[in-house]
Design a binder for this molecule. Structure first.
Ligand SMILES: Cc1cc2nc3c(=O)[nH]c(=O)nc-3n(C[C@H](O)[C@H](O)[C@H](O)COP(=O)(O)OP(=O)(O)OC[C@H]3O[C@@H](n4cnc5c(N)ncnc54)[C@H](O)[C@@H]3O)c2cc1C
Length: 257
């Protein structure tokens, strides 16, 4: 009996493709939408994990992409995927331009065991996002709240313009009455009048200002375009943060906030 149990635990779960149903579509910004998908075979995820989405054309051609789970694991039976529409993108344009409520989408997950955070892992946390890289970090922020965790979190979030800030209102609401959560925005292209946040790409000075109050024991999660992720990770190492406390996730080869 004991052997059986151990065997079950160590054999990795084979991820089956399943057909989800779109139960909600929310417009987040001019080129970002969140799709809420109901899953017939829902499994609790860990904040930071992703799903693979697979599209099949009538002629049988298939293509798949990964999308981070935006929702927290406490949301049962369904997941939120937040997708940025890339002008020449094969999958993101389909999801944006074709998918509506009631449609079915094939996916499998949750996937990933490295870029994850659970409240039991503690903190403090430094989260750094560029553009849609906010998605898995938002799952962490939402999970922290749902789990009533008071782990200190500082989120540094780089967007092109004010209107490109994904989850802006929700983040504004979350920081109210929660001294443990601080959000620092930087806008790289255009700023509204009276903007009080940062006004440039993330650099060493900005990283130091945001990271320093958390001390050297912070755990960092960085997600976004490759150049941003690499720059921030190298910057944190230069600031004396041990590399094994830094986790990274790259969304795309190019682009930038
Ligand atoms: C683990 C993981 C999680 C991800 N989570 C998300 C998510 O939550 N939300 C989200 O919107 N995307 C996410 N992505 C990116 C996503 O998987 C796709 O790469 C993206 O949607 C583009 O797919 P596409 O078919 O539309 O574009 P493609 O047809 O694959 O590419 C079109 C063009 O865009 C370039 N490109 C591809 N990806 C990007 C990118 N991310 N940024 C800029 N240029 C790019 C390509 O080089 C190409 O020139 C994630 C990627 C990974 C690996």
């Amino acid at each position: 009996m004991e052997t059986e149990l151990i065997k079950e635990e160590v054999v990795p779960r084979v991820l089956e493709w399943q057909i989800s149903t779109v139960v909600k579509v929310k417009v987040e910004t001019q080129n970002v939408k969140t799709f809420t998908l109901a899953l017939p075979s829902w499994t609790p995820h860990r904040a930071g994990q992703h799903y693979d989405v697979r599209l099949t054309a009538p002629d049988g051609y298939q293509t798949q992409r990964s999308y981070s789970i935006a929702s927290n694991p406490e949301q049962l039976g369904k997941i939120d995927l937040t997708v940025e529409r890339l002008e020449d993108g094969e999958v993101s344009t389909y999801l944006h331009d074709v998918l509506i409520m009631g449609d079915q989408v094939e996916l499998r997950g949750p996937i990933g065991g490295y870029f994850v955070w659970e409240a039991s892992m503690g903190g403090p946390l430094l989260l750094v996002a560029g553009g849609s890289g906010i998605v898995p970090l938002m799952a962490m922020v939402r999970h922290r709240k749902a789990a009533s965790s008071n782990v200190p979190v500082r989120l540094l979030y780089s967007s092109r313009t004010y209107d490109d800030i994904i989850y802006r209102d929700e983040l504004d609401g979350l920081i109210k009455g929660d001294p443990g959560l601080e959000v620092f925005h930087t806008l790289t292209r255009k700023r509204p009048q009276g903007w009080k946040g940062y006004e440039r790409r993330i650099d060493m000075q900005m990283l130091e200002e945001v990271a320093k109050p958390l001390g050297k024991k912070l755990n960092a999660y960085i997600c976004g375009p490759t150049a941003l992720v690499e720059g921030v990770a190298n910057g944190l190492v230069a600031l004396g943060i041990p590399p094994d406390q830094i986790r990274t996730e790259r969304f795309g080869p190019t682009g930038g906030a």
